[in-house]
Design a protein around this ligand. Sequence first.
Ligand code: SF4
Ligand code: SF4
Length: 130
Amino acid sequence: MPTPAFFELVKQILSKPVTNLFPSKYAPASIKKFLKKGKINPPIKTPDKFRGKLIYEKDKCIGCGMCVRVCPSSAMELVGEPPKRKIKHYVSRCTFCAICTEVCPVKCLHMSDEFLLADFDKHSENLIVG
Ligand code: SF4
Ligand code: SF4
């Protein structure tokens, strides 16, 4: 006579995984075709006010350096001399606290909903903004 544990095991084997698989941005085409066919779960929808990769509106930036001063993880760097001074943002150091977006006097920093940020090189174009 099968035990309740056996029935639970069969139920688990036949049901879909409860975890959401995480397809990589750099997944090979052979993996992406499974995503299209619905065999791999797409990333979940991000909630409102999600704090993802920073968006930097370089043209609006006045180079005041406030974001550099408040950043707790030294993820911002001032580059160039006034009046053309701008910033460089290192995504790999960012803790996504959003303090910089609050202090920026011209509101040129915003949190996006982009979270597919895995990379082999922390200095890749994908991980340096500005
Ligand atoms: S979100 Fe926080 S950690 Fe990231 S750059 Fe802005 S202040 Fe620094
Ligand atoms: S706080 Fe805003 S305006 Fe000032 S340097 Fe940073 S991004 Fe530019």
